[in-house]
Design a protein around this ligand. Sequence first.
Ligand SMILES: [Zn+2]
Length: 297
Amino acid sequence: MNLAVMYHYVREPEDWKGSVPISPKEFESQIDRLGKTHDFVLPDELNNKTAKPKCILTFDDATRDQYEYAFDIMRRKGVPGYFTVMSGPLAEQEVPVFHLVHAALSLVEENHLWDELRPHLTAEDLLKLRKADATYAYEKSSIRKWIKYTLNFILDAKQSKNILEHLVYSLIGSKQKFIDDMYIGVEEFRIMKQAGMTLGVHSVYHAPFDGDVQAYFTNEIAPCVQFMQEQLNIKPSWYTPPFGGGEKKELMKENLKDLLLPCGFKGAFTTERGMIEDTGSFWYKRIDCNELTELTL
Ligand SMILES: [Zn+2]
């Protein structure tokens, strides 16, 4: 059956401890294995006739490793794919908090990071950490659980961002250097476009869908569309919602389509797990690359 595979970081897990990347070697191996059973296509080619079932490789968050490793491997093998643009860091120097969390966990030793965070917590806050165990059961160390729980559930977004920005940017040198190192830049996007990759919209600030369709479109989608038109001369027709739409994804699927269609969007890729059952639908399910082995390969 047709499928879309979801990728985030493609880099050595050893070098990036904040989340779970797929190594370039494993990525290449997945492409080779997928190529035996599927034909790789761009989103626009979903309804083309192909000998084998179709596979779309999709990439979220536009981190630089995707250009350096994934795109490089794909270009070498002649494999097409769908990459997305997040315009906030490039156009406004705004970095989403979850990327700062990943960076902090990769750059700073766990105990040291916890020492930085702990003074910001009240006695009452510290009691809340008991819940961290259940929320982050997949994390091995208690300290990592506390760190993630503190940043995501105890401190408010602004507090977390302030602490992390100060820490991460001072370690890297500057905010601009962090952005240059972390994200695919306009020049690289132009090269990817030239090489035949499809570029779509991911977001501006990577905010989750909040239920206000018009405001969400105005703040998180339209400026990214404009950025792509001005900087890359692309009129995007594919969309990937941040966090797959988050908690309000059903509301998003119901209402956002009506704003996307008149702007020329043809479809969107969610984080819902599944194969592509109907190539005529608007919202497509995907399979995370870390779950491929058991399922299809
Ligand atoms: Zn994302």
